[in-house]
Design a protein around this ligand. Structure first.
Ligand code: SF4
Ligand code: F3S
Ligand code: FES
Length: 248
């Protein structure tokens, strides 16, 4: 069964833009990305959209559908009624390049600022040993597909461009937490988390967790434990050492 759907798609570039109206065919089982592709094929050949896998795994097709941050390839048209107008806009937190494509280099910059995994100098690769519980803890964080929907959603930067220099966003605070919880990592990133990555800006609204397509519990499993470690370090360095050694 197919029907004609009404779409509003943001079109523009660095100079500005606006919503354009389209009426487009929708077939059973299709997702929003299919409709954007049909628009390219039939009505708007120069419409810019970034995508790659169409399977929810590359993290490229992030945008906003009816104001909600979503992967275009994982948003089923059956979510909407046939008479509903579907509005597709680029992610709001990052500068537009063209149409639905944004410049996400903010995230790469923040990624570079996290010091990498630091094992003890005398530990040889063959000597690495980890408890299964530690493996599972970091495995959850490593499901991240770098779609940046959490970064786009967090209110600390979504409407506050001025905070961007001081806040790494949930994805990279989670990366710091992952390394901080790693039993073979000897670096101490707690001051970096608080002073440089802006952990204190996070007031645990959990909006990042709500939009994560990988269902990673960013707030509960990464940000709150990281906050606890930072507080512990401020008040009691012995507690921090205990955390490193025993509480993982
Ligand atoms: Fe996307 Fe989730 Fe990774 Fe954030 S944590 S970038 S929402 S997959
Ligand atoms: Fe932002 Fe997530 Fe914290 S949305 S405020 S980083 S809980
Ligand atoms: Fe890869 Fe959507 S196209 S996640």
């Amino acid at each position: 069964m197919s029907y004609q759907a009404k779409f509003k798609v943001w079109r523009g570039d660095t100079e500005g833009g606006d919503l354009h109206d389209f009426t487009v065919e929708v077939n059973e089982g299709e997702v929003v990305l299919d409709i954007i592709h049909r628009l390219q094929a039939t009505q708007a050949p120069d419409l810019a959209v970034r995508w790659n896998c169409k399977a929810g795994k590359c993290g490229s097709c992030s945008a906003e559908v009816n104001g909600r941050p979503r992967l275009l390839c994982m948003t089923r048209m059956s979510t909407f009624t046939e008479d509903e107008v579907v509005t597709v806009t680029p992610m709001r937190t990052f500068p537009v390049i063209r149409d639905l494509v944004t410049d996400v280099s903010f995230n790469y910059q923040k990624a570079r600022e996290v010091p990498s995994f630091t094992p003890p100098v005398d530990l040889k690769p063959g000597d690495y040993r980890m408890q299964q519980a530690d493996v599972e803890r970091s495995q959850e964080f490593r499901k991240c597909i770098e779609c940046f929907l959490c970064q786009n959603t967090c209110h600390v930067v979504r409407d506050h461009e001025e905070n961007k220099h001081a806040f790494s966003g949930p994805r990279y605070l989670m990366r710091i937490a992952e390394l901080e919880m790693h039993p073979l990592d000897v670096a101490d990133r707690r001051e970096l988390a608080q002073e440089d990555a802006g952990l204190g800006y996070c007031n645990i609204t959990k909006c990042c967790t709500e939009v994560c397509p990988e269902h990673i519990k960013i707030t509960d499993n990464a940000l709150i434990p990281l906050k606890e470690r930072v507080v512990d370090s401020k008040y009691d360095p012995i507690v921090w050492l205990g955390n490193k050694l025993f509480r993982r």
